[in-house]
Design a protein around this ligand. Structure first.
Ligand code: FES
Ligand code: FES
Length: 254
C-alpha cells in the first residue's frame, strides 16, 4: 500500500464487512475472499479504483482546498507571495495560484464583509472595488490582484463614520437580510464613479455623446443588474443610490 495512503482509509479497509456488504456476497464468495474489508476491497477492482480516488481527493483537498488560514507552517510548496493594498493597508499573503480573491479575503485574511453567494459570478454578493472598478472577487484570482488597490465593504467608511452610500442604504431600507448588501454597496459606489467617467451601459441612449453623469432610474437598475437581492429590496436600493448621486433627500417608498 502506498505509504501516503490516508490513515482513515487504511483503518476502514481493516474493518469487518457490514451486513449489507456481506449480503452482496455469497457464502462461497466470502470463503474465497475472506471476511475482512481488506480482502474484499483488495480483490474488487472497482473498490480499488474508489480507494485511489479517495486518496486523490484527500490529497487534492489537503493541498488546494484547505480553509485554514495560511501560516508559515501551512503554506504549500505551490504558494506564491501576493502583495496588494487592501483598504489602504499593504498586505502580503502567501497563497496558492488557484485561490480566488474572495477566498483570500475571507479565508486567509479573515475579512468576511465580502460575501460568497453563488461563487460562480452570477449574484454579485462578492463585489469589491479594484483600482476603482467593480470586480467579482469569486471570479478573480488573488494572484491577479498583485500590486492593485482593493476596497472592500470594510474600507468604505472612516472609522465609526459610515460611507454616504451605507448611510443611504440604512435610510431607505435598502436591505432585509443584508447578505447581498456589502456587494450592493460596493457596486453602487463604483457605479457612480463609472458614470462620472462617462462609461455607457446597455440602456444608454445616445452613445455618440458622453452620457449624463446623473443616472436615470433605468440606468441605475441596468448598471446594478449584476447584483441580485433575494429579499427584493430593489426599489429601496435605487432610491438609496439616487440620494447619494443627487446629494439631496429622496422620497422614501413604503
Ligand atoms: S459569489 Fe461572486 S458573483 Fe456570486
Ligand atoms: S437584503 Fe437579503 S438578499 Fe438582499
Amino acid at each position: 500500500m502506498c505509504e501516503n495512503f490516508p490513515t482513515y482509509i487504511a483503518e476502514e479497509i481493516q474493518e469487518p464487512l457490514t451486513e449489507d456488504e456481506a449480503a452482496l456476497l455469497s457464502e462461497d464468495d466470502l470463503s474465497k475472499l475472506g471476511k475482512s474489508r481488506r480482502d474484499f476491497l483488495g480483490k474488487t477492482a472497482l473498490a480499488a479504483i474508489a480507494a485511489q480516488l479517495l486518496l486523490h481527493d484527500q490529497a487534492f483537498a489537503l493541498k488546494y482546498m484547505s480553509d485554514a488560514p495560511v501560516t508559515n507552517n501551512a503554506v504549500s510548496e505551490l504558494a506564491m507571495t501576493v502583495k496588494m493594498t487592501i483598504n489602504g493597508a499593504e498586505k502580503s499573503v502567501a497563497i496558492e495560484p488557484n485561490v480566488t480573491l474572495l477566498d483570500a479575503l475571507r479565508e486567509r485574511l479573515q475579512m468576511t464583509g465580502t460575501k460568497k453567494g453563488c461563487d460562480h459570478g452570477q449574484c454579485g454578493a462578492c463585489t469589491v472595488i479594484v483600482d476603482g472598478k467593480r470586480v467579482l472577487s469569486c471570479l478573480t484570482l488573488a494572484a491577479q490582484a498583485e500590486g492593485l488597490n482593493i476596497t472592500t465593504i470594510e474600507g468604505l467608511g472612516k472609522g465609526d463614520e459610515l460611507h454616504p452610500m451605507q448611510e443611504s442604504f440604512i435610510t431607505h431600507d435598502g436591505f432585509q437580510c443584508g447578505y447581498c448588501t456589502p456587494g450592493q454597496i460596493c457596486s453602487a459606489v463604483a457605479l457612480l464613479d463609472e458614470a462620472k467617467r462617462g462609461e455607457i451601459s446597455y440602456v444608454s441612449t445616445n452613445i455618440s455623446k458622453k452620457p449624463p453623469t446623473k443616472l436615470s432610474d433605468d440606468e441605475i437598475r441596468e448598471r446594478m443588474s449584476g447584483n441580485i437581492c433575494r429579499c427584493g429590496a430593489y426599489p429601496h436600493i435605487v432610491e438609496a443610490i439616487k440620494e447619494v448621486q443627487n446629494g439631496k433627500a429622496e422620497a422614501k417608498s413604503s
